[in-house]
Design a protein around this ligand. Structure first.
Ligand SMILES: NC(=O)c1ccc[n+]([C@@H]2O[C@H](COP(=O)([O-])OP(=O)(O)OC[C@H]3O[C@@H](n4cnc5c(N)ncnc54)[C@H](O)[C@@H]3O)[C@@H](O)[C@H]2O)c1
Length: 443
């Protein structure tokens, strides 16, 4: 099938590449000419494990193309994916201007006798498929009512494992009541659901809400465990034990029960906010979501009082090493990353910082500029540091050379926002070690 993907960011590039991998001819569009030039010349623009190999292979075999022209991409495409940003507006609602702007353009491009399916992959509020359809029709220059359907196909991929998630999805949700669109979407996704993972067809509204419900539920799980961790610290319980104790119950499940310094990224914060706002617009006060957001705000700065207390409230002039800047491991995405909230709080208190992240250095430098220094590797960041702070659970931070850390840190103190290290090891090595929901090791 010939496909167009409009928006070539984290979702668009993975979507385009994975559809090319199953033999489709895909043209990805982006408004960012530098991005398109880079991609066209074979340079990948995001870090996502496994993506580069597929990207290079499909580009080489002529199934994956890049352009800035929506018209050129859409002309021969049977299916057009919208993988555009939906950032939070000032009131927390999803900003649909990118999507509706492109919909307006599509109206001028579609033709009466050339049926196309427009697929919304972005995370959008209920009713957006209808808005996209209305925008296309409003800008149409010929009668195109029967020349297209708008389908909601929310994306559930996780950054860091996006290729696997896309190639072997737990499920694919498709919102449409058009038989023509159902047939095309069924054919397109057939290679991805061969193992019996379901392709779930539903109406557009239900599909749009499913995405928000999924992200909001996962955020509830995270904030719930973060509150349990708060209690553990006050009661002398160990959150790791509580986690194992409840996670072995099938009704609860083992995943997403790890406490930490809050959720970040481009999805959970904005999607929880947008769902709460949509609810308010319907005069429904979705109370759990407000609590989830409040807990997360507090949790992002969970380590700060611990750090302040260790240094007797005297942070001015202290130097900290921070390991991890990405909002989670295996991505270079720093959007809403908890590390950045901590950095701001420490700088405000007069500290200096040297940070290291295996993949997010470039993106972080663009944002932080010279507000902090950036180390070449995790150990270089410890040079002259009073203490180490861990903000992202990259695998390479899990079993470091503790002797080397102890030798480099002035205060031999570690503040771990991701519970990477064993308490007994920390005790034996003589570290002052504080984590989340576990006993403080006060050497
Ligand atoms: N990132 C994720 O893990 C993830 C997962 C599931 C769903 N989503 C949703 O998918 C959507 C896209 O997210 P993302 O993370 O890929 O965003 P992104 O910011 O990485 O990518 C969006 C891309 O769209 C481009 N763009 C903007 N306006 C354009 C236009 N008029 N024409 C062509 N291109 C244009 C931007 O330049 C950018 O490259 C959002 O709604 C998001 O909530 C994201």
């Amino acid at each position: 099938m010939k496909l167009a993907v409009i928006g070539t960011g984290y979702v668009g590039l993975v979507t385009g590449t994975c559809f090319a991998e199953t033999g489709n001819d895909v043209t990805c569009v982006d408004i960012d000419i530098n991005k398109v030039n880079k991609l066209s010349s074979g340079q990948i623009t995001i870090f996502e494990p496994g993506l580069e190999k597929l990207f290079l292979r499909n580009q080489k075999e002529g199934r994956l193309h890049f352009t800035t022209s929506i018209e050129a991409a859409v002309k021969n495409a049977q299916v057009i994916f919208l993988a555009l940003p939906t950032p939070p507006g000032e009131d927390g609602s999803a900003d649909l201007s990118y999507i509706l702007g492109v919909a307006n353009q599509l109206g001028t491009i579609l033709h009466t006798d050339d049926y196309k399916v427009i697929v919304d992959k972005s995370t959008v509020p209920v009713g957006t498929a209808a808005k996209v359809k209305a925008a296309i029709l409003a800008s149409a220059t010929s009668p195109i009512e029967n020349a297209f359907d708008v389908v909601s196909n929310p994306e559930f991929l996780r950054e860091g494992v996006a290729v696997d998630d896309f190639m072997k999805p737990d499920r694919v949700v498709i919102g449409t009541t058009s038989d023509k669109a159902i047939k095309i979407m069924n054919d397109l996704y057939a290679p991805f659901v061969r193992q019996g993972n379901p392709l779930i067809f539903m109406d557009e509204h239900s599909a749009e809400l499913t995405k928000y419900a999924a992200n909001a539920f996962l955020a509830v799980k995270i904030s719930f465990m973060n509150e349990i961790a708060q209690l553990c610290e006050r009661l002398g319980a160990d959150v790791d034990m509580v986690r194992k104790g409840i996670g072995s119950d099938d009704r609860i499940g083992k995943r997403f029960l790890f406490p930490g310094i809050g959720y970040g990224g481009s999805c959970f914060p904005k999607d929880v906010k947008a769902l709460a706002k949509s609810s308010m617009d319907l005069n429904y006060d979705f109370k759990i979501l407000k609590a989830v957001m409040d807990v997360n705000e507090i949790q992002k700065l969970h380590l700060i009082p611990k750090i302040k207390s260790f240094f007797n409230d005297d942070i001015k002039g202290k130097h900290f090493a921070i390991w991890g800047l990405a909002f989670k491991p295996n991505t270079d995405d720093i959007r809403e990353a908890p590390a950045f909230y901590m950095i701001d709080a420490l700088l405000e208190l007069g500290a200096t910082i040297s940070a290291f992240d295996p993949e997010a250095m470039h993106n972080s430098k663009m944002v932080l500029k010279d507000k902090i220094t950036f180390a070449e590797n995790q150990y270089e960041s410890l040079q002259d540091a009073d203490a180490l702070i861990i903000a992202t659970e990259w695998n390479e931070f899990r079993t470091p050379d503790f002797e080397r850390i102890a030798g480099l840190l002035k205060a031999k103190a570690i503040f771990d926002g991701r519970n990477l290290f064993d308490l007994q090891t920390m005790e034996n090595m003589g570290f002052h070690y504080e984590s989340v929901g576990r006993k403080s090791i006060k050497n």
